[in-house]
Write a protein that binds this ligand. Structure first.
Ligand SMILES: Cc1cc2nc3c(=O)[nH]c(=O)nc-3n(C[C@H](O)[C@H](O)[C@H](O)COP(=O)(O)O)c2cc1C
Length: 202
């Protein structure tokens, strides 16, 4: 069997650039990825990117700036898609970025669309669920939902770049977070330098 695919969900939190970068690494590596955007993610796409956004026919190649042949796109209302079933085997699912709304619904098992169904199935099958929430400050409700998701087996990778690598650009800061997601998915990458490879500067 070849490399198992990845499931990537993009929700309507600020930081759609994290999804852009993750999908570009997957696409450039030719890794099969099953991708779903929430409706709100398209709002954020419009707000944060200069790439034309057509929710009825999103252009994934334009979105991630790479040939998107290995990316398969689903609408969030396609509840019968194969990623909604536990019989679909994958190496893990990442929700990047993740809203407090999606986080709460997944943590409480009250999801409705394909994103939340796929995430809940990932948890029940004991596969890896990586969630990249973006919000600040955090309410007690959000903190409790993150705890519940962690207790259920999910991994919270908050969009929170480190500075020991001396980032020079916004892209460096995006890459720091995306690198952690790729590490958890056990996908080789060359984003950023790891601690120990970093040369401290005076
Ligand atoms: C430009 C923009 C930025 C937003 N940023 C965030 C955010 O950082 N975190 C968050 O939890 N919600 C954010 N929201 C609100 C969510 O999009 C909203 O709660 C939405 O209903 C979430 O739907 P979804 O979870 O299905 O994507 C933002 C909305 C817009 C339009």
């Amino acid at each position: 069997m070849g490399e198992r695919p990845v499931v990537v969900a993009v929700t309507g939190a600020s930081g759609i650039q994290y999804a852009q970068r993750l999908l570009s690494v997957l696409a450039l590596g030719g890794l099969e990825a099953h991708v779903v955007f929430s409706q709100a993610a398209f709002e954020v796409w419009r707000a944060e990117l200069d790439i034309p956004c057509r929710p009825e026919k999103p252009d994934l190649a334009a979105f991630c700036g790479a040939p998107a042949r290995s990316l398969k796109l689903y609408r969030n209302d396609m509840i019968g898609a194969k990623i909604a079933s536990g019989s679909f085997r994958h190496r893990g699912m990442a929700i990047v970025p993740c809203t407090m709304a999606t986080l709460g619904r997944v943590a409480n098992g009250s999801g409705e669309g394909l994103i939340e169904r796929a995430a809940e199935v990932t948890l029940k099958e004991r596969r890896k669920l990586i969630v990249v929430p973006r919000e600040t400050p955090l309410s007690l409700v959000a903190l409790r939902n993150m705890t519940a998701l962690t207790e259920a087996g999910g991994v919270i990778v908050d969009a929170n770049p480190g500075f020991y690598g001396r980032p020079q650009t916004v892209q460096d800061m995006i890459d720091f977070v995306v690198a952690r997601v790729l590490d958890l998915l056990e996908i080789e990458h060359s984003l950023g330098r790891r601690w120990g490879e970093v040369q401290p500067r005076n």
